[in-house]
Design a protein around this ligand. Sequence first.
Ligand code: BGP
Length: 488
Amino acid sequence: MQHNHLKLTTDSTSTLPKGFLWGGAVAAHQIEGGWNKGGKGMSTADVMTAGAHGVKRKITDGIVEGEYYPNHEAIDFYSHFKEDIKLFAEMGFKCFRTSIAWSRIFPKGDELVPNEEGLKFYDELFDECLRYGIEPIVTLSHFEMPYHLVKTYGGWKNRQLITFFARFAEICFQRYQHKVTYWMTFNEINNQSNHQEDFGPFTNSGIIFAPNENREQVMYQAAHYELVASALCVKIAREINPAMQLGCMIAMCPVYPYSCKPDDMIMALSAMQKRYWFADVHARGHYPAYIERYFQRKGFELDITYEDLAILEVGTVDYIGFSYYMSYTVAASENNPHYDYNENRDLVRNPHVDASDWGWQIDPKGLRYALSWFYERYELPLFIVENGFGAIDEKLPDGSVDDSYRIDYLKAHIEQMKIAVKEDGVDLIGYTPWGCIDLVSYGTGEMKKRYGFIYVDKNNDGSGTLERSRKKSFEWYKKVIASNGEVL
Ligand code: BGP
């Protein structure tokens, strides 16, 4: 199952290259369930309650009686994966992106010996994919880690996490090197840049802020350790098997200036820097000057050693994986001489685009912009590993779901993706829409924010039969894949 992206050629009958990786994406904790099965330890995702529309999820100290934890069962992919992969195969998937739950492999995170039952689960899962010619695409850290690492070490605040994570990654590379070619280290690593919130830093880095802590400094420190760990993973993977391709995973929301006022333009530039310096380090192997100057100006004291810098230099990624859901717009704030971007303060509504029920701005052209921006900047292959439309789907009495709005959303984005390939010459290796099967929403913990081509009978309160059924988008996506994106 080797896939050499550098040799992809354009098929004269389609805009997208032959061998283009069509598929779907999920994350372990949002689908698997089986939270305490097969020797799995407690993960940070297991201590997150459900929120609701506009209500944030809560992080509890361990499992608290009387609270509902939607990730404990999720959609029970742990027991249903054969049935689900069969449905993916029916749609013609060429690949399937999921993550490995760290706490299945190392239940506490700091052990020396991995949990064989956990390793076997992913062996079976990947083998099942490969039986249908579906290539597994794996994220090592997708918004969860063993909870023990948070309680005992403070999560990624602690340098020791680099050693634990590298051990986990090495075991995975050794074990699955012949089954998995494309890997990603940290899902949406830049999502934690919004340090004013508790949720992003907790899910990305296992950080619980202490009172009066300099949150921003703590976030940058954790991000640094993660970037070093990521670069170390690249190095380790290359030593084990150079055929493996290691990518980063960036949450891409291109930031537009609200107006052509120069101050708005500079604010948009500042926002792009604060959100995407992570990608610069991953792809170029060093900190960009603008972020070094920012650290100095803020007086941050960060633990960054010469050894770290040397690892960053050698561990640059092979490709850029990114999610794209929406674009952002910023307006310059008054009394902000440095145009320091603050997500809670400076984002404004773009009057030229619509938004989903959750306020996510729908902007297909922003995807073309994102693709071009990344490609010009890094000249690396790109992989759209998340894109999709979260909506409340209605199941009709005959069992069908007419999710034409989802088809419209995806269609418009695929059109722009094709323009980016055809007219801007970007090297794009694949497209995996998010939540190809309904799953637990990361942001709200709800089931009713659905993304799937496959409907799962499960409700916000945990009730439901878990039965799977095909939505209208299922048949549509099947045709898209069969025509390599020509029939939309
Ligand atoms: C991304 C995450 C996913 C995911 C998706 C949709 O940020 O990588 O894990 O869930 O967004 O977000 P939500 O579930 O909040 O709609």
